[in-house]
Design a binder for this molecule. Structure first.
Ligand code: AMP
Ligand code: ZN
Length: 113
């Protein structure tokens, strides 16, 4: 998807602060951090959002949730962190490539909505 921002970051066409990469997953620092640690973990394959996860492509989600605690450990988030994925306009999704925010490094607010 040449018009997708995160596909272009994964391809190296747009620079990013990469924190992790394997055959299925790419992770990089959010450009506008909402917490001292704010990392985005994305599938390399273009999936638009959580609603695009299917029985055929969901192996990458398992990989993402294997990688997330590894990144959290490497970032020193031993007192906790939050994982968030915004799906669609009502959730405020701005980039239409599935991504999971890792937020940590401070006491996070409890509001969910
Ligand atoms: P969401 O609002 O859940 O779709 O999250 C999109 C996130 O992507 C936001 O937190 C943005 O700050 C972040 N973002 C947008 N452009 C870039 C970029 N070029 N590099 C890193 N993060 C970005
Ligand atoms: Zn994409």
């Amino acid at each position: 998807m040449s018009d997708c921002l995160f596909c272009r970051i994964i391809a190296g066409e747009i620079p990013s602060a990469k924190v992790y990469e394997d055959d299925l997953v790419f992770a990089f620092r959010d450009i506008a951090p909402q917490a001292p640690t704010h990392i985005l973990v994305v599938p390399k394959a273009h999936i638009p959002d959580c609603s695009g996860i299917t029985r055929e492509n969901s192996a990458v989600v398992s990989r993402i949730f294997t990688v997330i605690p590894e990144i959290a450990r490497a970032e020193g988030l031993e007192t906790g962190y939050r994982v968030v994925s915004n799906c669609g306009p009502d959730a405020g999704q701005t980039v239409k490539h599935l991504h999971f925010h890792i937020l940590g490094g401070k006491q996070l607010a409890l509001e969910m909505a």
